[in-house]
Write a protein that binds this ligand. Structure first.
Ligand code: NAG
Length: 242
């Protein structure tokens, strides 16, 4: 018994604070995958690393450090955690989708341009890679948008009350899918604790999203445009109950 506890402890130590720095590096992180995703790095100059602080089942703590310059209107990357379990459910079958996200900038340069956002992908097939031929909708929830950056498309509705917060909704096409971005209308939301199903119901009722669409992926991370920061997620969780 004692040796089991000791090996469990050393395993916990081993999995803590692993850092990835490659362009498309990923790490398993409990019920999540932590990925660097430097998809827009060519539009600027800089670097990024992402660190898994701890993971235990449905809760994960991680951070990302980046410094990006040039191309002030272009996203450089999307360091994120993607749930490996909260997916594969039709919107109409979601009973609830509770999520919590506590985050902060431990350090942040002046003039930073970056969002902190969910990226939720839906489509006709039950599974599909984000930003692929299988994607119909990309639903973003911006808990922060610093430096005057804007989502894809144009703002179509303002002052929506949903899940205890107020949002401005942006909509527009990107590649073969449609982007719906809920942007916090009252600044940074550092301690988020909501049911994502409120957003799902809203887009079915008000934005013509078919209830038969499958949730293919739920990601949570940050898209920097320019600046230097150490962004820390102290805890994040998400689930789909159906
Ligand atoms: C990230 O930035 C913080 C604050 O500057 C620093 O303490 C930490 O060592 C950095 N982590 C990595 C992996 O570079």
């Amino acid at each position: 018994m004692k040796s089991l506890i000791v090996s469990a402890l050393s395993f916990a130590v081993l999995v803590s604070a692993q850092t990835i720095a490659g362009q498309f590096d990923c790490l398993p992180a409990g019920d999540f995958t932590l990925c660097q995703n430097l998809w827009g790095a060519r539009s600027g100059v800089g670097s990024q690393s992402s660190t898994l602080i701890s993971a235990s089942g449905s809760s994960v703590s991680w951070s990302t450090n980046y410094t990006w310059a040039n191309g002030p209107n272009a996203v450089k990357s999307y360091a994120n955690v993607e749930s490996t379990v909260a997916k594969g459910v039709q919107l109409q079958n979601v009973q609830s989708a509770p999520t919590t996200w506590s985050w902060n900038y431990a350090t942040q340069s002046s003039g930073i341009r970056a969002d902190v956002a969910y990226d939720i992908w839906t489509g006709v097939p039950s599974s599909g890679t984000p930003a692929s031929a299988a994607s119909s909708f990309e639903i973003m929830i911006w808990l922060s948008g610093l430096g005057g950056i804007q989502p894809v498309g144009s703002q179509i509705t303002s002052g929506i009350s949903l899940a205890g917060h107020t949002w401005n909704l942006w909509r527009g096409p990107n590649s073969n899918w449609e982007v719906l971005s809920f942007v916090s209308a009252s600044g940074d939301i550092n301690n988020f604790d909501v049911d994502l199903n409120e957003f799902f119901k809203y887009i079915i009722q008000n934005q013509g999203v078919a209830p038969t669409q499958f949730v293919q992926s739920i990601q949570a991370g940050s898209e920097p445009f320019v600046g230097t920061a150490n962004l820390v997620t102290t805890s994040y969780s998400v689930a789909i109950n159906h």
